[in-house]
Ligand binder design. Sequence first.
Ligand code: DGP
Length: 115
Amino acid sequence: MTDDCLFCKIASGKIPAQIVYEDDQLLSFEDVNPQAPFHVLIIPRRHISTLNDVQEGDAALLGGLITRAAQIAKEHGHAQDGYRTVFNCNRGAGQSVFHIHLHLLAGRNMTWPPG
Ligand code: DGP
């Protein structure tokens, strides 16, 4: 827990969010500024600022975020049509909240390359 981190506050319940999944390691909640009809974030409860700060011992935690994203997509009916998962790392890639989070976007056609 980092006192000035927005997503740590959501993880601890100090700031409300529309939670779609949670367990002792991670949680998922609706993005407040959705970029697709379905847009949730999957975050670890433990504070990690960016992907640059991930250690080898975090592999299972990161894998858990990805497998949970796939499970949530399936549960919400997006597995067949498809979905996009994105980690933005640092400001140049668009990261604005410095607690790692996996975006899961679905419900519309996606273009490539991303902006
Ligand atoms: P990024 O730009 O990759 O760091 O994504 C941060 C996302 O977090 C962005 O899509 C908007 C979302 N977000 C920012 N503040 C809040 C908040 O207070 N609540 C929720 N649910 N989402 C937020």
